[in-house]
Ligand binder design. Structure first.
Ligand code: NI
Length: 256
């Protein structure tokens, strides 16, 4: 059994066919999915789609690349989604200096506010970090001082050393398509060293399709290819990786 912890079936790419994509995933044992929001529209769609299916859950959050378009009203909307059981996480939120270094201050501000919501509603964070690992760590470390953090470093792209530091803050590490890329040294290293009870898998579809579909549209069934690669790296079976990461995700997202 598999749990794709990060999909964007709420993206325009899947507007016409998310129903088929979900059926296909279920038929190939990808039984659980999170649909991750990143702005007003996708938070709404994640909520609407998740409500229609069993074992599909939503998150609501404000993505760092878009912070100039967000205000307090958007945060209040995220908060309203968090009051619903179908919403299992806050995010994606975080820091992204690859696309927008110039909004650094505001990114940090919105990240902190979403960490506060995670604490208030006791729902885990789905954290996006690109080219901002140290700042993200500093913000999370500060926030962990008075309150145990819950969350996942989604599509984690940092070093194995940093991965251990995030694990020590109480966070999970999620790996996606890049771990299957031939020259992906760091993600493969991370896949080997993360404690098995802190590992999650995801697709981040429609982006980042795993090998041999790299560059094509990604979809939840391909999470099995991520599991297959991790299994090979750790000397486990694909079923073992599927089961342990599913149980981890159910624990983190508080799913019975
Ligand atoms: Ni994403």
């Amino acid at each position: 059994m598999f749990y794709d912890t990060h999909t964007h079936l709420n993206a325009d790419d899947f507007k016409e066919n998310y129903d088929e994509i979900i059926k296909e995933a279920n038929s190939l044992n990808v039984k659980y999915l999170n649909i991750v929001g990143f702005d007003k529209n996708t938070n709404f769609l994640a909520n609407q789609i998740a409500k229609k299916y069993e074992n599909i859950f939503a998150s609501a959050g404000l993505h760092p690349t878009d912070v100039n378009n967000f205000d307090e009203t958007d945060l209040r909307e995220v908060e309203n989604y968090l009051k619903q059981d179908i919403t299992v996480a806050v995010g994606e939120c975080g820091l992204d200096y690859y696309w927008h270094k110039e909004t650094r201050e505001r990114q940090i501000e919105f990240f902190k506010k979403q960490i506060d919501l995670s604490k208030k509603y006791n729902k885990p964070l789905i954290i996006h970090v690109r080219d901002a690992m140290q700042d993200a760590y500093d913000v999370l470390y500060e926030a962990s001082k008075d309150h145990k953090l819950k969350g996942v470093m989604h599509c984690y792209s940092g070093s194995s050393e940093m991965a251990n530091r995030f694990v020590n803050l109480g966070l999970y590490i999620s790996l996606g398509g890049p771990v299957t890329f031939k020259n992906a040294k760091e993600p493969k290293e991370v896949a080997k060293i993360v404690p098995l009870d802190r590992l999650l898998i995801e697709t981040d579809c429609p982006f980042l399709a795993p090998h041999p579909y790299r560059g094509k549209q990604n979809k939840p069934v391909y999470v099995t290819l991520v599991a297959e690669e991790i299994a090979a790296l750790r000397g486990l079976t694909i079923e073992e990786v599927g089961n342990v990461t599913t149980n981890n995700a159910k624990r983190l997202f508080n799913i019975k």
